[in-house]
Design a protein around this ligand. Sequence first.
Ligand code: F0G
Length: 350
Amino acid sequence: MLYQGLIERYRKYLPVSAKTPVVSLCEGNTPLIHSKVLSGVTGLKVYLKYEGLNPTGSFKDRGMTMAISKAKEKGVEIVACASTGNTSASAAAYAARCGMKSVVLIPNGNIALGKLAQAMIHGAKVLAVEGNFDDALNLVKEITEKYPIELVNSINPFRIEGQKTAAFEICDSLGDAPVFHAIPVGNAGNITAYWKGYTEYFQNKKSKTLPRMLGFQAAGAAPIVINKPVKDPQTLATAIKIGNPASWKLALAARDDSKGLIDSVTDKEIIAAYKLLASEGVFVEPASAASVAGVIKLNTQGYFKKQKNVPLVCTLTGHGLKDPNIAIANVSKPIIVKPQIKEIIKKIGF
Ligand code: F0G
């Protein structure tokens, strides 16, 4: 049978009924790619959960298929979100899929080009707020409380429900939960969702163990690590440029209940990890590389010293094509040549 998306695959673990009109773009079912490079560096069995291969290029589609299906069931006509880019791209696509209107509030000048293009082409009303993500989220919360518009940020519980299926897929692929799970943290919905997924699978005896959750924020936007909100967050990983995460408390619970940690990585470490992944053929957006940067940092500190060859999964949250400008800024420019074989062969190195 054709794959029909994660709601059909994991229906029995999701709050849907026969009456729920499923709005899907066949999201989920993303590959778990073995990383030779990172396994070599750490001595662990490192796998990459490549969420950039979702329909709109990020993990947000997992939550959006649920949030939009439930909104449709309720008769909602307009959905809204604040976003650093990926949520807006996903909301716009899923709203378009079922003939709903979408409104997205983005921090003006602070979202990657690909994401802006997606929200626009899918017909969202794009409002660029002169402020940061946290400002936009506060505004959209207030607006959706006062007007008949459904909020589809990750404080919408159906988003978390959809996103938890990534943990199910990992357990189904590996035959159990990994020993460690590394993940970037922004608004902290995804770490919450993974932990919920792992816990539910464990309780349902679909897995025998639970992983330690290892969350990573960007150093200039690391409120959970420094234990206070950041007024003016800074990082080139714009997806996680967030100073006051909505699911802060739930992220702490995931960290503590799993005996894991939440740490920060610098932009320099993020870019090094981003390039390392690219050298192995995996192109991600900078925020996604935070999970890998974190694993490298912990490895250097000896965190995995006693663990040999155990599975560690890194979630790679978004595709590299989302943010082409960052890629181009971090490599050398194309070499311009005349249309002559002799010159080209010389440049190739013969
Ligand atoms: N990685 C990417 C590529 C993201 O877009 C986000 C969040 C995260 C990681 C962090 O996930 O917020 O659940 O902790 N992006 C949101 C957005 C904020 O608006 O697209 P989180």
